[in-house]
Design a protein around this ligand. Structure first.
Ligand SMILES: *Cc1c(COP(=O)(O)O)cnc(C)c1O
Length: 428
C-alpha cells in the first residue's frame, strides 16, 4: 500500500506564494483552498488567477474608444499624496465648497450660470429630478423613455426621485403640441420637462422629436440629459470641421443656447474625463440641486474633482487633443495608424504569416453616436487569439470574427505597439 504524502502546511504553502506579489492573508486563503481541493500544486496558478481578478491595466485594441468594460475614457491622472483645497477657501482661511472650482470652470466652459458635479450622469438625472420635481409630474416623450447602459432606465430614475412620469406623444413622433397638452392637463402638475438623448440606439424613418428651442416655449423648465458630454458641436479644440461621426450628437453649449434650463452629461464619455455627472444651467436650479440632501450622498471625491478640473482647463486652453487621451485618439490621422500597423505586421510576420495591415472601422463607444464609425487601421491575423492575447502579462483586448483576430490601433497608444508585438509573437 502506497502512503499518501502529507499535504503541506497552509502556512508553508502560503509563504511559497509570496513572490506572486499578493499580500500574505490572500496567499493564506489561496493556499488553504488549494489544499482543501486536494491539489496543493495548483496554488501558484490559483494565485495568478487571483492576481488577474484585480484591476489591471490593459491595451485596448478593440477599436471601441470609450469601452464601458474597460473604464470608458482613459485618463492620465495622479493625485499627489498631499493635502489640497477640496473644501478650503484660501482667501478666508475658512471652509469652502468642493463644487466651487470645478463648478465655475464648467459653467464658463459651457456658457452656463452655474455647474454642479456628482458621481455619474445617472446620479445627475436622479438629483435633478428629485430636487426639482419630487411629488410632481415630469413629462417625457415616449421616444425618450429609454434604457441606457443596462441599468439606467428613465421611468425608474423618475420613480426613484419621487416624481411621476407623464408619457408624451408616441415612440416615433412627439410634437410640441403633445407637450403643450400634457403640461395643460388639469391632472398634471408638471415641474419640469425632461428631454433625454436616446444615446445607444437610433430610430429611423417616420420620426419626429421636439427640439429644445421648441420645448423652451413651454412654461416649465426644460432639463436636457444629453448623456455623451460633447461640450460644443463645433469642436473648436480640433483642426478643421467636426468629425462626421459626431453629427447628430447633442452638445452642451448648443443645448443651453437653445434654451435648456439645465443640461446633464457624463464625465467619461465624449468629454474624455473621469467618471462623473455634470449638471450645468441656471443658477437657481443648480442651487436647488446642491441644497438637496441627495447631493451630499452623490458628491465626488477630491481625486475625481481634480481630474475634472484638469479636463475643464484643457478645454478652456484648447489643448484638448494633447491633454485628453480620448481626443488624441480621435485626432490621430489614419495614415499614422496605417504606418504603425505596417510596422507591427513586419515584426510579427515570421510567426504570423497571415498578418496583414487593413483598414478598419473604430467606434466612439459608451453608447455615444450609435451606428457611426471612424476610419482606423488594424492588424488582422488568422485564427481566434483572443484568449492568449488576454493572457499576456499586460493583457491585450482585441476582437475576433470568423476565425480572424483584429487588433485595432485607434485606441492604442504608440508606446503600446511593442506590447501588441510581444503578445502576438507569444500567441502564434
Ligand atoms: C450614458 C448616459 C447616461 C448614464 O450616464 P452614466 O455617467 O453612465 O451614469 C444617462 N443618460 C444618457 C442620455 C446617457 O447617454
Amino acid at each position: 500500500m502506497t502512503e499518501h504524502p502529507r499535504p503541506p502546511s497552509v502556512d508553508k504553502l502560503a509563504r511559497a506564494l509570496s513572490n506572486s506579489g499578493l499580500p500574505h492573508p490572500i496567499c493564506v486563503d489561496i493556499a488553504r483552498s488549494a489544499i482543501e481541493a486536494g491539489d496543493p500544486e495548483s496554488a501558484m496558478s490559483r494565485a495568478v488567477d487571483y492576481q488577474r481578478t484585480l484591476l489591471t491595466p490593459v491595451v485596448n485594441a478593440t477599436g471601441v474608444l470609450l469601452h464601458t468594460n474597460l473604464g470608458r475614457a482613459p485618463i492620465a491622472h495622479q493625485q499627489l499624496p498631499v493635502a489640497s483645497t477640496v473644501e478650503f477657501d484660501l482667501a478666508t482661511g475658512e471652509r469652502g465648497s468642493r463644487q466651487l472650482a470645478v463648478g465655475q470652470l464648467f459653467a464658463r466652459l459651457c456658457g452656463a450660470e452655474a455647474a454642479l458635479v456628482v458621481n455619474n450622469n445617472a446620479a445627475a438625472v436622479l438629483l435633478v429630478v428629485a430636487a426639482l420635481a419630487a411629488g410632481r409630474d415630469v413629462p417625457v416623450s415616449r421616444g425618450e423613455s429609454v434604457e441606457i447602459g443596462g441599468s439606467f432606465r428613465v421611468p425608474e430614475v423618475i420613480e426613484q426621485s419621487g416624481a411621476r412620469l407623464v408619457d408624451v406623444g408616441t415612440t416615433n413622433r412627439t410634437r410640441l403640441a403633445d407637450y403643450q397638452q400634457a403640461v395643460a392637463r388639469r391632472d398634471v402638475d408638471a415641474a419640469i420637462v425632461l428631454k433625454v438623448h436616446p444615446s445607444n440606439y437610433r430610430v429611423e424613418g417616420f420620426v419626429e422629436e421636439t427640439s429644445i428651442s421648441n420645448l423652451a416655449t413651454l412654461e416649465v423648465p426644460v432639463v436636457a440629459d444629453v448623456g455623451s458630454g460633447l461640450i460644443d458641436a463645433t469642436c473648436p479644440w480640433i483642426k478643421g470641421a467636426p468629425p462626421a461621426w459626431l453629427a447628430g450628437e447633442p452638445a452642451v453649449v448648443q443645448s443651453l443656447a437653445a434654451g435648456a434650463d439645465l443640461v446633464t452629461f457624463s464625465g467619461d464619455k465624449l468629454l474624455g474625463g473621469p467618471q462623473a455627472g455634470i449638471i450645468v444651467g441656471r443658477r437657481e436650479l443648480v442651487e436647488l440641486c446642491q441644497r438637496h440632501p441627495l447631493a451630499r450622498a452623490l458628491r465626488p471625491g477630491g481625486l475625481v474633482l481634480s481630474a475634472l478640473q484638469e479636463t475643464a482647463l484643457a478645454y478652456l486652453r484648447k489643448d484638448v487633443v494633447t491633454v485628453i487621451p480620448f481626443w488624441h485618439m480621435v485626432a490621430t490621422p489614419v495614415g499614422e495608424l496605417e504606418e504603425r500597423a505596417n510596422s507591427i505586421v513586419a515584426a510579427v510576420e515570421a510567426s504570423h504569416p497571415s498578418a496583414e495591415a487593413l483598414p478598419t472601422n473604430a467606434l466612439p463607444g459608451a453608447g455615444s453616436a450609435p451606428g457611426v464609425t471612424m476610419s482606423s487601421y488594424g492588424v488582422v491575423v488568422d485564427g481566434d487569439h483572443l484568449e492568449s492575447l488576454r493572457g499576456h502579462l499586460k493583457p491585450v483586448i482585441a476582437r475576433s470574427r470568423d476565425q480572424h483576430t483584429t487588433l485595432d490601433l485607434r485606441a492604442v497608444t504608440p508606446a503600446d505597439d511593442a506590447i501588441l508585438i510581444e503578445a502576438l509573437l507569444a500567441s502564434s
